[in-house]
Design a protein around this ligand. Sequence first.
Ligand code: SF4
Length: 168
Amino acid sequence: MAVAHCILNQATRWWNEEKGRDPSKGCLWKVVKRLDELGFGVYQLPCPEITFLGNPRRSMMRGEYESLKGYQEHVKRLSLEASSGIEALINMSRRPRLKLMGLIGLARSPSCAAKGVEPGSYPGGIFFEELLKELKRRGLEPQVIEIDIKDLEASISMLDELVIRSSL
Ligand code: SF4
């Protein structure tokens, strides 16, 4: 399962003094635990925002990231690198054969939202759109879901549904 970087490393989420609380830390352990229970390994995708703007950074909408000079190119480069990394793991794992079961993004993220990244239903997150396009170009068709940190329990049950869909 390829997951948005901050699922395993919350410290990459946007933060500045005005946020009014301490920076995030740790990982979304409940999600990781459920993935482990379901037998999924985890591939950590890069965080496009911290590797471009760093932290502290302010909260920005998708449109602002789209008009940020160089960001689209940055996201394209990360998509190529991540797709190549995933493809290499699949191609080199003859036994046991690895498979990309899904992409897990973050609800409402301008870069990593996963809802709406399928063609015809844009916009999702800028990075996830590019990544999904690049993976499909290489013949990979992962299922796409997203975690909502405001409703972790519902998000975790979506992981269970993904397993059921995969076994049909
Ligand atoms: S949602 Fe994406 S861009 Fe935002 S912190 Fe997580 S990995 Fe980085």
